[in-house]
Ligand binder design. Sequence first.
Ligand code: SF4
Ligand code: SF4
Length: 723
Amino acid sequence: ALCVRICDEVVGASELSMVNRGIRTKVATDFDRPLNCEFCGECENICPVGALTDRLFKFRARAWEVNNIATVCSFCSTGCALKLSIKNGQIVRALGADEGAANQGSLCIKGRFGYGYVNSPERITQPLVRKNGALVETGWEEALRTVAEGLNGIKAAHGPDAIAGLCSARLTNEEAYIFQKFMRLVIGTNQLDNSGGYSHRGFSQGLRDSFRERITIPSIADLKNCDVMLIIRSNVSETHPVVGYQVTAAAKQHDAQLIVADPRRIKLARLASSYLAHRPGTEIYLLNGLAHIILQEGLENKEFIAAHTDGIQELSHTLKTYTPAFVEQRTGVAAQDLIKAARIFATAGRAAIIISTGMGCYGDDAALVHSAANLALITGHVDRAGSGVLVLGEKSNSHGIIEMGALPDGLPGLRSAADAAAREVFEKAWGAPLPARPGLAAEQILEGAGQGAIKALYCVGENPLHAYPDSHRNRDALTRLQLLVVQDLFMSPTAQMAHVVLPAVSFAEKEGTYINCEGRIQRVRKALEPRGEAQSDAEIICAVARAMGKDLGDGKAERIQAEISSLIPRYRCLNEAQIPLQGIKLEPVSAEPAAEALPARARLIPVEGTAPPAPTAEFPFVLMTGSSLFHCGFLSTHSPAIRIIAPEAHLDISPQDARMLGINSGEFISVTSTRGSMTVKARITAQQPPGMVFVPYHFAQPAVHALTDGWQPYALVKIAKQQ
Ligand code: SF4
Ligand code: SF4
């Protein structure tokens, strides 16, 4: 049966099978127990006879009563194309669009059943202004006047750099463009960043620095052409499930070999030819170790290195110390396993490397991506379908937001804010000089607020209190602000601290575009009218600008697209009407284009691993955080269907540690670091190695970032059973 096969060969859950014999044969779980699976709905989606249906849609509408609007999933950066079925102004169903280049009709639980947050009664539908200590509902006029007077006053008293902005990586390209234009032109500062900037920026810049014109990003559909995939720091089956389907299908249907490097025994480890269970935070040692073995055994692609790369001597010199014995000592991976993995990777016809970014990911991302790029370049695994490095951003527009210059040092078009020629393009068009000095990155903005240098913060869809490491520091920083403006769909912990809250619309209520992890521009279409008085982020930003005496237009997507495409040749295709359902893949761009006469040569950039902090007698456990299968950021926690499946956070702990501490699944335990403590339910899982625990960060409570400390790769904690 198609449902049994897709569940096994694509989703990799193997939840269904054919039971009984003859005319009693039916599709069921073993022993007819209730489903305990990924709830992706792929089995129901592929069922040709409608024998399987989803409960959310059942009895809500007939197929001919709904209007299907093609758009893009708002959760992760896979960029699955979907169709929202609309009836009576409500979304009643989400279907994977067969035309979608990334998903070809597939969806995960988030895309298929997570749309409920759009219809949530918890949405903010009215502007709020703080009066006598409490946020009270008001009209747009008063809210905008409060914001404009506050920002103008702070700018006049303390200068433009006393104002900073943080935006979400779920804004559309058009909204991100207008946000950076507002900060640079209206405020006059480069103090802006986004949650992707916390993790994704290093990858984006690092890839361009390493590959230059040779940059190759495998498309998701190409993964089935891979002979080998190295999956490192990426629990892709949970964070980007539809990419996980492609990897699983490549392994199960096309015999691709997987090298899975992860401290946790993640789902894909079951299919791996080589599973490398390294210590958290030692990825660079591991990648350098693989490169060392490849060079040592003469498995490198000498022709490719000579013809297309610079820096092999410096790289070889740096890699000398990364012997299998040294890497084993640093990473905990046995030398013979490293050698086996290096040989598999080097001798593959086509090999890709997959890495994820996002909250909970850590470390020096540029260095990590340089070491991954070195491995791809010395083996010549670039330039072909199914080869290269695929970086999976956490949110739907993690990639686009960087392309649009919502960064302290980058302008739209992936150009530096310090580059006078790049600035001149915008200065001419906008009729004013732009700041040249790079601004503060997200973590420095919060530090600046804590120290009193940043007086006002404009958060557009961003929730730094909850999402960024060290929530105690973040709360203290936000408390010191003279003006905190939050524009969002829900009353996030950051919004609850704001002086002004502005209601924004969801992806289903606006027009625009996203760029997915492959660099594909796809169209977001309006399917519903906005809730209450909510407006699109671009419309709100333009209204704030107007209230401050500056005209940025009306915030309509098509007009912003016309401006972007007229100023930056790279985005000439950014015209809604011309973007087909499968999107348009952007050409890669180098950080530093080669002179025309020279061939494009990639750069081998040597990087060194740095030892992560070691557990101590007082804090013997490593606490890691990140995304989980059923949630993406915070939006999904407002989706009723997802909340049924995954209503709360849990702490994953190994059976050995649970036994040692006398903990049973479902029991409350207290977790304490030097920064704070929290109480959370335990979940015992063999996926977790001894000495390491994992808590997803999606829920406001327990707030895992109350325990984390800045950009440490993880927190060190102690755990005790609650009495
Ligand atoms: S919902 Fe997904 S995981 Fe569950 S049985 Fe169907 S295909 Fe398998
Ligand atoms: S969450 Fe990601 S993988 Fe899942 S449907 Fe949405 S875009 Fe696709």
